[in-house]
Design a protein around this ligand. Structure first.
Ligand code: PLP
Length: 388
């Protein structure tokens, strides 16, 4: 089966042999009846497959895990209650006191805070460096370096990191590579095929796709993921509810077609903005003017729905623009059917000083736009009227 077919059908024949439901049913049960003590013992020992307790596994969440593993072309996956719980679980499981993590200097804000504020409390050494600079990575690797952590495209400037280059370093030095693929799910980008060890998703974004759930996933080889499941996941307990899993499954079934259309809409808007006299610069990896266009073309088949741009006139005009749009919603998050706009300087990056923002390349007039599935002419008219 190809991608869209699997996203819609994988595992459906096994989940409901009683009624033959074509949609994965929601199993809102916290526990499961054993036929007798022997069966209970066999389930706990792992000799018999089956459900025990929903903090561990649940049929609705399980079918989502199977489909997410298949989406990424990986052996297995674990579903979590949020993208952040997937990230924190991976880091806390694979890092021990005295270990060292190297992360790219631009990662999702929550991830940055977790690595910089919480990991050091557990005796873990951290370094944020530039993953575009191979020499810097190799010079910063220490005997205790256990994880290379990064995302691509990055947020909010949509920089592209060469995944294969990082994989090569990880394999040479026997360091685990962990990659957050939230911004470009398959078929756009396939980090497992490029050799990444562990892929993470916030299912809240493109995979859910409808701004109606929070969720995450951890994906990779069975040996690594099973170890994480047995030794950490079941004790930390970041379990997704079957109701959210149902919504994620529903979202997943249209992922491929949504990504195609959102990428098309985003490129059209990026091209429109690039020519607009009130716009200083547009950041979209699908534009030949993007500084990483070549790497993007190498490792991505399309470029997703998120773009950012600098509106002339700094902070004031940035704020003004997001107040003036009428169809596009002023809200954070991304990857949904609704277009969402935000002004990093006054919102997601407001805790940084203007100097810190400048250093991170976040200009005062920078705007991030997640393009949805509304009619493209309506979206362009909305931006046109707001800019005028
Ligand atoms: C790239 C990326 N990773 C992880 C997360 C965290 O996901 P969640 O909000 O589902 O916990 C986000 C949230 O915006 C994100 O953008």
């Amino acid at each position: 089966m190809n991608l869209s077919t699997k996203n819609i059908n994988l595992g459906i024949k096994d989940i409901d042999p009683v009624f033959g439901s074509v949609v994965p049913p929601i199993f809102p049960t916290s526990t499961y009846i054993f036929k007798n003590a022997k069966q209970g013992a066999q389930r706990f020992s792992g000799k018999e497959k089956g459900m025990i307790y929903s903090r561990f596994t649940n049929p609705t969440v399980d079918i989502l895990a199977k489909r997410i593993a298949s989406l990424e072309g990986a052996e297995t996956a674990i579903i979590t209650a949020s993208g952040m719980s997937a990230i924190t679980l991976v880091l806390l499981h694979f890092l021990n006191k005295g270990d060292h993590i190297l992360a790219h200097k631009v990662v999702y804000g929550g991830t940055y805070e977790f690595i910089s504020r919480i990991l050091p409390r557990y005796g873990i050494e951290i370094d944020f460096i530039d993953f575009k600079n191979e020499k810097e990575i190799t010079s910063k690797i220490k005997p205790n370096t256990k994880i290379l952590y990064f995302e691509s495209p990055t947020n909010p400037l949509l920089e592209i990191i060469d995944i294969e280059k990082i994989v090569k370093i990880g394999k040479n030095k026997k360091i685990l590579t962990v990659f957050d693929n939230t911004f470009a799910p398959p078929p756009i980008q396939n980090p497992i095929k490029l050799g990444i060890d562990i892929v993470i998703h916030s299912l809240t974004k493109y995979i859910g796709g409808h701004s109606d759930l929070i969720g995450g996933a951890i994906i990779g080889r069975k040996k690594l993921i099973d170890d994480l499941f047995n030794k950490s996941f079941i004790f930390f307990g970041p379990t997704m509810s079957p109701f959210s899993a149902y919504l994620a499954l529903r979202g997943l079934s249209t992922l491929e077609i949504r990504l195609k259309q959102q990428s098309k809409n985003a490129l059209t808007i990026a091209q429109f903005l690039e020519k607009h006299p009130k716009i200083e610069k547009v950041f979209y990896p699908g534009l030949p003017s993007h500084s990483d266009y070549k790497i993007a073309k190498k490792q991505m088949t399309d470029f997703g729905g998120v773009l950012s741009f600098i509106v002339k006139g700094g902070y004031k005009n940035g704020e003004k623009l997001v107040n003036k749009v009428k169809i596009i919603h002023l809200a954070v998050s991304l990857g949904a059917v609704e277009s969402l706009i935000e002004h990093p300087a006054s919102m997601t990056h407001s805790e940084l000083t203007p100097e810190e923002r400048k250093k991170a390349g976040i200009e005062e007039g920078l705007i991030r736009l997640s393009v949805g599935l509304e009619d493209i002419d309506d979206l362009i008219s909305d931006l046109k009227q707001a800019l005028s």
